[in-house]
Design a protein. Structure first.
Length: 267
């Protein structure tokens, strides 16, 4: 038990000690691009039928990790181990809206300068995007939607912050994004005179789960540090319906936790 506590303490202090792997580095372009398939030159993939998640690994050798990987995302956030993981610092800034329908989601690209701090490491916000329904489960249940904030450290490591979205009042921060979101896949659109504030999409209560995982889309590269907040942010039912009209289903099913530790913050 003492050795296990020491391991957990080490994991909390150094949540991402591994360097950026070659597959993850190659996948970064796909994470940032207008379309994962187009950006990486990989095979077409989707969320249903012959191109669905259960077939991703068979679509291309580049997607092998989608089945062979042992640290895949998303997971069911159940029975987290309490740990002194520390607080997360955010310095997100309002900026001009750049939005893209990449064929798999609505993505907002972020200009340099917005940061997330985990321990002594700073991660720059690159983009955020949405899934319907939520990809992570919370004790076996999926929220209506989930927002992923994708970051990169100076060393090239990826860290993603996940925020659940549940039905409630109108989310003012989403209004300009929803108004501008393209109905068809295409290039990035810079919306003149419109700003977006990523910080307004973060929950007030910053209690979170942490684990090592992967990209949730092909090539499913591992080595990604995941932080998923427990408490959701509200959005109106009509906002959910507007997104669902474009993407009725763009969520990968939960993957096995396996031998990984799922930590839950004490903040």
């Amino acid at each position: 038990m003492l050795a296990r506590r020491s391991l957990l303490r080490s994991a909390a202090l150094c949540p991402l000690c591994a360097p950026l792997t070659a597959p993850l580095g190659a996948a970064l372009g796909a994470t940032l691009g207008a379309s994962a398939a187009r950006a990486s030159g990989g095979a077409h993939w989707g969320y249903e039928g012959a191109d669905g998640p259960e077939h991703w690994a068979a679509l291309s050798p580049e997607y092998r990790a989608c089945t062979a990987g042992t640290e895949q995302t998303p997971i069911d956030l159940a029975a987290g181990i309490p740990a002194q993981t520390g607080r997360i610092g955010f310095a997100y800034h309002p900026q001009p809206l750049q939005v893209v329908n990449n064929g798999h989601t609505i993505q907002v690209n972020v200009a340099p300068g917005s940061m997330m701090a985990i321990g002594e490491t700073g991660y720059e916000l690159l983009q955020f995007h949405f899934h319907h329904p939520a990809e992570h489960l919370l004790a076996g249940k999926a929220a209506a939607m989930e927002c992923h904030f994708v970051h990169r450290s100076p060393a090239g490591a990826l860290a993603v912050a996940g925020v659940f979205l549940q039905p409630g009042r109108v989310n003012a921060a989403l209004v300009p994004i929803w108004k501008a979101m393209p109905v068809a896949a295409g290039p990035v659109q810079a919306v003149a005179g419109v700003t977006v504030d990523p910080a307004a999409l973060l929950p007030r209560d910053r209690t979170y789960f942490r684990y090592m995982g992967s990209l949730t889309t092909p090539p499913c590269s591992e080595g990604v540090l995941w932080t998923v907040f427990r408490d959701p942010v509200a959005l109106a039912p009509e906002q959910i319906r507007a997104f669902a009209a474009l993407f009725p289903m763009n969520a990968r099913p939960a993957q096995p936790l396996g031998r990984r530790f799922l930590l839950e913050s004490g903040v």
